[in-house]
Design a protein around this ligand. Structure first.
Ligand code: FES
Length: 187
């Protein structure tokens, strides 16, 4: 029998060896993929954290506005400054002023709440005890104590807010609204 020539191609093994190598390669790829996903998932959670935290803190959106015992029983409006924690991306600013409102305790125990921003162009509305009205000094908008406008300068009544009393505490859903529009649109 003749010897194989030096240029003969190398002998390639066949049989069960080749499939086993393929399986090991597949395992290696899967393990690498999973290992690569862990930091990606951790990074995603880190960047989502403020959004998730904000959703958790939103709750019913009610802010404590004081005690019912703070309000005069004759319905005289009281201006209240509302504070809350503000979440800005990864920072929480504690106890920041977010707005101001008027509260009135009605004879039936109900509490009325109004945003004190003028619906005309956004100045702050004052309470005038002598006239028993709300009045905006910027362009003379005037409102009755139930928030109804007294002249046509403002496009709509004062913006009422949802309020409820729980165990003697007043809770208000604070919202701001677009000014200079007939419709009350939350912003
Ligand atoms: S902003 Fe109040 S009257 Fe114009």
């Amino acid at each position: 029998m003749a010897n194989p020539s030096p240029e003969s191609p190398p002998v390639v093994p066949h049989g069960p060896v080749a499939p086993r190598r393929g399986f090991i390669s597949l395992l290696a790829v899967l393990a690498g993929g999973i290992a690569g996903l862990v930091p990606v998932a951790a990074g995603t959670l880190f960047f989502m954290d403020p959004i998730l935290r904000k959703r958790k803190e939103a709750g019913g959106g009610l802010l404590r506005a004081g005690d019912i015992s703070d309000l005069p029983t004759d319905g005289t409006p009281v201006r209240v400054v509302l504070k809350s924690d503000i979440v800005d991306a990864w920072t929480i600013y504690r106890d920041r002023v977010i707005g101001s409102i008027y509260l009135r305790l009605m004879p039936n125990g109900q509490v009325l709440a109004f945003n004190d921003t003028c619906t005309h162009l956004g100045c702050k509305v004052d309470y005038q005890p002598a006239e028993k009205q709300f009045f905006c000094p910027c362009h003379q908008s005037a409102f009755q104590l139930d928030g109804e406008r007294k002249n046509l300068t403002p496009p709509r009544n004062m913006d009422s807010l949802e309020a409820e009393v729980k165990d003697g505490e007043i809770w208000v859903k604070y919202q701001n609204f677009q000014t200079a529009t007939k419709e009350k649109k939350a912003i």
